[in-house]
Design a protein around this ligand. Structure first.
Ligand code: SF4
Length: 108
């Protein structure tokens, strides 16, 4: 599993820069740069959607399962992230599009 740190502190699942969701999905099927990726599991704290969907384990877990659609990334193996550690960026994010995988490295 991958160690994840996340700067999207506006996310419901963010606990002291760790993620409490247990698993996340990174999007970016056609991504050639980090800006074209996003954390698809982002939910803004306090939004109506965050009250009714998803479940938080309640802990900020260092290691997390990552399903990743960014298949051009060096670390992507059959839609699983094989990096030892990644950083999700997204300070002041309001939607998932405001986040990105800062560790994305294109093999293109
Ligand atoms: S490092 Fe690459 S494979 Fe891992 S989550 Fe980020 S974009 Fe996906």
């Amino acid at each position: 599993m991958t160690i994840l740190t996340c700067s999207a502190t506006t996310c419901l699942y963010n606990e002291n820069h760790l993620c409490s969701r247990g698993e996340i999905e990174v999007t970016g099927e056609q991504a050639k740069s980090p800006d074209e990726t996003a954390c698809g599991s982002f939910r803004e704290r306090g939004s109506s959607a965050s009250n009714s969907t998803g479940s938080s384990s309640g802990c900020g877990c260092e290691k997390i399962q990552i399903d990743c659609k960014a298949q051009e990334c060096t670390y992507n193996s059959s839609c699983k992230c094989t990096a030892a550690a990644i950083d999700i960026a997204g300070q002041k994010a309001i939607t998932s599009q405001d986040t990105k995988c800062g560790t994305f490295s294109c093999q293109c």
